[in-house]
Design a protein around this ligand. Structure first.
Ligand SMILES: Nc1ncnc2c1ncn2[C@@H]1O[C@H](COP(=O)(O)OP(=O)(O)OP(=O)(O)O)[C@@H](O)[C@H]1O
Ligand SMILES: Nc1nc2c(c(=O)[nH]1)N[C@H]1C(S)=C(S)[C@@H](COP(=O)(O)O)O[C@H]1N2
Length: 183
């Protein structure tokens, strides 16, 4: 695999950033991606408080300087006063992909009625796909399982690396014309 795959992981949490608890969200995202992807990949992780300028700065750095093809955030998507991750994400994106938030909420509602409280969204900045997940560590697998089948083809469309998945973890879907012949 010659593609250089870098993936940004951003934990947005006042309490984890103050050291009041250990961040479980970032490591859970990394573990999920390790199981799902067959590509070699490098995680670029950041932990920031719920401050819009700091979340925007982290997303821009991971997209523009670190050249992450995918950036996954966790936390700060709810209705509380300090929850601003979706606003920060929308502010740095060129395009919004409404289907991701719709699908993650629909699937999460099968687990918890409060899934409706998450304003999680996704969008494109340059050659990066940004996806918000809720802060609850258990929400990470619920949401990534729900949308990841569409992520590799989305990254093809924005001229990123060709991501491949383990079928037993998550089955990526690509239209026939977009599939690379097996080596
Ligand atoms: N990064 C994290 N690591 C471990 N547990 C977390 C993390 N983020 C949230 N949680 C837990 O998930 C639950 C919901 O969190 P809440 O919505 O208050 O988080 P948040 O607003 O994303 O984070 P914070 O309140 O620290 O800014 C809480 O029980 C919290 O302990
Ligand atoms: N799959 C899943 N989605 C979920 C949850 C959950 O436990 N599992 N928690 C909900 C709750 S209680 C809230 S308040 C919102 C926003 O959480 P956040 O502010 O931590 O991002 O996500 C919701 N989405």
């Amino acid at each position: 695999m010659t593609d250089n795959v870098r993936i940004g992981i951003v934990t947005v949490s006042d309490r984890a950033s103050r050291g009041e608890y250990d961040d479980q969200g970032g490591p859970a995202i990394r573990e999920w991606l390790d199981k799902a992807l067959t590509n070699e990949w490098e995680a670029v992780s950041r932990l920031v408080p719920d401050e819009q300028d700091q979340v925007e700065a982290a997303l821009k750095e991971l997209a523009d300087e670190q050249q992450c093809c995918l950036i996954v955030t966790t936390g700060g998507t709810g209705p509380a006063r300090r929850d601003i991750t979706p606003e920060a994400t929308e502010a740095v994106c060129d395009k919004v992909l409404d289907g991701f938030g719709e699908q993650m909420r629909a699937v999460s509602l099968q687990y918890v009625p409060t899934a409706i409280l998450s304003r999680q969204m996704a969008g494109i900045r340059g050659k990066s796909l940004l996806i918000n997940l809720p802060g609850k560590p258990s929400a990470i697998a619920d949401c990534l399982d729900a949308v990841f089948p569409a992520v590799p083809y989305c990254i093809d469309l924005i001229e990123g690396p060709y991501l491949e998945t383990r079928d037993e973890a998550v089955k990526a879907f690509r239209p026939k014309h977009a599939k690379k012949p097996a080596d």
